[in-house]
Design a protein around this ligand. Structure first.
Ligand code: HQG
Length: 178
């Protein structure tokens, strides 16, 4: 498949599986799952037809493994702005995790902590390079170090998505350094 088409389908999936399913009349279950046949029909109805084979290709080839296809259902692995319960077990994080952001956000992050902003959780990366790429979406990246081990020991619950993104409700400023 043409790479540009794959990216377009991936962005269409992100939009409707993470943010605005109602835009195409799609209903997600509480775990964020959509029925594949319903998704294909809804997309076609709204002028963006793609096939099950194309969907399978996009899910399998996706650079960040953003989507999970499980038989006749599909969901985004993380990144939702709508309320979902991904039902991920809590997990023990490594001592350090990383968050990629940009300079203009650093002052308020160090003052208020990391907040989920538009999403259902704060997203943390397992390594600096991944965090750098996350930050670089918005400008010159800045990588903040999160003392995840200490947070967990203090009772903060961490989860890890199927594509290796660490999720936590928030990171208080005391666990952050530049
Ligand atoms: C910032 C992408 C000011 C935070 C990525 C970030 C990731 C604050 C922005 C995933 C703040 C939120 C998530 C505070 C946080 N004051 N700014 N107190 N607390 N922020 O997009 O982590 O390609 O919701 O630094 O690769 O950038 O979509 O989160 O800049 O994995 O699959 O507020 O999304 O993956 O932005 O990215 P986002 P994120 P996908």
């Amino acid at each position: 498949m043409d790479e540009r088409r794959a990216v377009r389908i991936s962005k269409y999936l992100a939009r409707h599986l993470r943010h605005r399913p109602e835009r195409i009349g799609l209903t997600l279950d509480p775990g964020g799952w959509a029925d594949v046949a319903e998704l294909l029909a809804a997309a076609a109805r709204h002028g963006f037809p793609f096939t099950r084979a194309e969907l399978e290709h996009v899910v399998a080839a996706n650079d960040k493994q953003r989507y999970v296809l499980d038989g006749n259902r599909i969901r985004a692995a993380q990144g939702h702005s709508i309320q979902v319960d991904l039902d991920l077990p809590s997990a023990s994080p490594p001592e350090l995790l990383y968050h990629g952001t940009v300079n203009r956000s650093v002052e308020s992050i160090l003052r208020d902590g990391l907040l989920p902003m538009g999403r259902h959780a704060v997203h943390l990366s397992p390594d600096r390079e991944t965090a750098r790429r996350v930050g670089a979406r918005r400008g010159e990246p800045v990588v903040l170090v999160v003392q995840a081990g200490r947070m967990a020991a203090d009772g903060h619950e961490f989860r890890v998505s199927s594509n290796g993104v660490w999720l936590v409700d928030l990171v208080p400023p005391g666990y952050l350094r530049e």
